[in-house]
Design a protein around this ligand. Structure first.
Ligand code: MLT
Length: 303
């Protein structure tokens, strides 16, 4: 068996496979090279950089590739129906990064409530903005979580521990001890912070209309860029309809709408929700489990 980790992989997982005599190629191939080199590998592991589109899958199905693993949660960079049609299995690692993403969201709530990044850069510009930077406590404030899966639930638990009231909206999940499930429109109206944790969406959930419902609140998006109508958000931030936003994901990564760079009330990070030592180690471990499970199933089928 041969593995291509086209967007890299945690070193412990690489060492594990090499100890088993399974070579792991860590080289990154661009699309055209991937079409030539990829079919030589049984398993291809990708993060978000590699786009597994129809033409790539057409090339892979000619060769040995039988399994694609997304080292992360979102599967939006892989054409899932076409993989299924071509007999290539796809798996992800949904359990590994929830704490890292939830901690970064909490960090951004505290940052927006206390102007931490603004205080830092204004001081470095020689200013002492003590009066202007009067913030507020997040304790007793309301956090609305849209998309109540693993990350949403993990965030709710941590936010509740900090004394926040937590609301959630998800058509497929139930409320729990940490969050009260309510209608989406009520969530927008009642939340001081709205944090989006949905899978990739075909139409934005954050629009001119929903931003109006959030009047005076803060938006956090750590899901996918297409959850947000970016033009509507820029207008709402300019007009003061909402107080601020923290964005980790963008419609056209890594080419971020330059308008955001001119705004004080938006905090940007370059898609680093899962970029921690722990999340990457966990992902490596989850990849090992996925591959062991996959080979076990193959052996059982082969009798
Ligand atoms: C994910 O889907 O797991 C995250 O967006 C992290 C990433 O792709 O880097």
């Amino acid at each position: 068996m041969k593995i291509l980790a086209n967007d890299g992989m945690d070193k412990n997982a690489v060492a594990y496979f090499e100890k088993q005599g399974i070579p792991v190629n860590l080289e990154h191939y661009d699309k055209e090279t991937l079409k030539i080199e990829g079919p030589k590998y049984d398993i291809i592991i990708v993060r978000s950089k590699t786009k597994v589109t129809k033409d790539v899958i057409d090339a892979l199905k000619q060769g040995r590739t039988k399994l694609i693993i997304r080292a992360g949660v979102g599967l939006d960079n892989i054409d899932l129906p076409y993989c299924a049609e071509c007999g290539i299995s796809v798996r992800n690692t949904p359990n590994s990064s929830k704490h890292s993403v939830a901690e970064l969201v909490l960090g951004q709530m505290l940052n927006m409530a206390r102007y931490i990044n603004r205080a830092d850069y204004s001081m470095k510009e020689g200013q002492w903005k003590k009066k202007e930077l009067k913030g507020f406590e997040i304790r007793n404030k309301t956090l609305g979580i849209i998309g109540y899966g693993r990350i949403g639930k993990c965030l709710a638990e941590k936010a509740k521990a900090l004394g926040m009231e937590v609301l959630c909206y998800d058509p497929f999940c139930h409320q729990d001890a940490n969050a009260k499930k309510i209608e989406l429109e009520d969530l927008f109206r009642r939340s001081d912070f709205v944090s989006v944790h949905t899978p990739s969406l075909s139409t934005p959930i954050i629009t001119e209309e929903t931003l109006k419902l959030m009047e005076g609140g803060y938006l956090i998006n750590y899901s996918r860029g297409n959850a947000v109508d970016e033009e509507a958000l820029i207008q709402a931030l300019r007009d003061g309809v909402i107080a601020g936003a923290a964005l980790d994901v963008f419609r056209n990564e890594p080419n971020v709408n330059q308008e955001f760079f001119t705004m004080d009330n938006v905090t940007l990070t370059p898609h680093i929700g899962a970029a921690t030592e722990e999340a990457q180690q966990n992902i490596g471990q989850e990849i090992i489990e996925v591959i062991e499970d996959y080979t076990r199933t193959l052996q059982e089928v082969a009798g």
